[in-house]
Design a protein. Structure first.
Length: 167
């Protein structure tokens, strides 16, 4: 978001507007720019400095057990990883929001998964699913996030912990 003065000339965004603009960039990156996230049908429902929430619909293409028609474990893992990556990105924003946009954007290009642990608690049954992520710690080089996946009845399906390179 770029504010405009009364003459219509662009002004530099203020700190709050810059954070909102950066959160919009993160949303667009994870929803539109990463092709696999589009395949999964991930849509960002919540993105703030405190947490991230995504939603995706159950489709036939995401079924892992064709008899029980449950979500594929790889889909669960991929969604939790993407949610953790987005959460780590928000952690970077929290630490760098006062820095120039170019520096923050360059840092985003280096974010990647170091380690991912997923605990599958129940079969993935539901019409849709929601994943949420919170930051446990963001350092100069590494961020650690915690993620959870619930179904449309708010039943906990899986949890994960992700470690991400952020610097």
């Amino acid at each position: 978001m770029i504010d405009r003065d009364k003459t219509g000339s662009p002004e530099a965004p203020g700190p709050e507007n810059q954070v909102d603009a950066l959160l919009d960039i993160v949303r667009d990156l994870y929803e539109e720019k990463i092709p696999f996230n589009r395949v999964l049908g991930m849509r960002v429902e919540t993105i703030s400095a405190e947490n991230v929430g995504v939603r995706f619909e159950m489709t036939e293409a995401l079924i892992g057990n064709f008899v029980l028609k449950t979500l594929h474990g790889g889909v669960i893992s991929a969604v939790l990883d993407a949610t953790g990556g987005m959460t780590a990105s928000v952690g970077v924003l929290r630490k760098m929001h006062h820095r120039p946009l170019e520096e923050i954007a360059e840092r985003f290009t280096r974010i990647g998964t170091i380690d991912l642990r997923v605990d599958y608690l129940r079969p993935g049954r539901g019409a849709f699913f929601r994943a949420s992520g919170t930051i446990m710690r963001t350092g100069n080089k590494v961020a650690v996030t915690r993620m959870a996946l619930h179904n449309d009845s708010d039943v906990l399906i899986a949890v994960g912990t992700g470690t991400y390179l952020v610097g």
